[in-house]
Design a protein around this ligand. Sequence first.
Ligand code: PNS
Length: 164
Amino acid sequence: MTNESIAICPGSFDPITKGHLDIIQRASKLFDKVIVLVLVNFAKTPSFNTEERIELIKKATQGIQNVEVDFYDGLLAKYAQEKEAKCLVKGLRAVSDFEYEFQQALANKILNPELETLFLNTSSEFMYLSSSVVKQIASLGGDISHFVTKNTLQDIQNRLCKGE
Ligand code: PNS
């Protein structure tokens, strides 16, 4: 049994944005350790493969001491149990996020009654931001430098920009 407080920031991270990073940074101040966990979302077909998403998260979270990055292709509730993580941390952008997130939190609680879900409100500057927005803008040759970190910009652009 660990005495460390461990939280998980779960998601598809396809790719990681400054909005995700904001939540991860804030979670890292609340817990001893934060695991940024790439999972399979059965409703989505990712644009970036698992290795690419992990690499981008590692780059974006460089410098946050208590953050680890991992991938799991099973149930989030089970992973949390194995890692003795007691809390999931998720960002809520708007009311439209709530129903989906609430459903997931309730399902995870049934699967793992020890597990709490903590919602952090997204910082106002990232209210509109999502991985899909980033992908759409980059694919059409637009500037995504406001939305992703400096050290992931080139990699994301190269993968998504038309003709590259
Ligand atoms: O960033 P996303 O796509 O909104 O994240 C959703 C994710 C990946 C956290 C969710 O689909 C998930 O937890 N997948 C793992 C499988 C699982 O445990 N499903 C049950 C949750 S209801």
